[in-house]
Write a protein that binds this ligand. Structure first.
Ligand SMILES: [Zn+2]
Length: 68
């Protein structure tokens, strides 16, 4: 059993696979207080609808900024 099937502390918890059979292929380090690297958090925190919109190239990226 390889422990590559578990996310490592401080590393991106981006998971791929089916239920019960996840792998964590991303070993980028995370920002403090987050669970994903910058690349994957950008994917995780954007709803699919938003991703489609920005893909169509309307140029409205980053309009979803949150006030902390
Ligand atoms: Zn990642």
């Amino acid at each position: 059993m390889a422990d590559s099937s578990l996310p490592r502390p401080g590393c991106c918890k981006w998971a791929e696979g089916d239920a019960g059979n996840y792998t964590f292929p991303c070993s980028n380090s995370v920002e403090p207080g987050t669970s994903y690297c910058a690349e994957h958090s950008a994917i995780v925190y954007i709803p699919p609808e938003e991703r489609r919109r920005s893909r169509s190239g309307s140029g409205m990226s980053l309009t979803f900024r949150r006030a902390a």
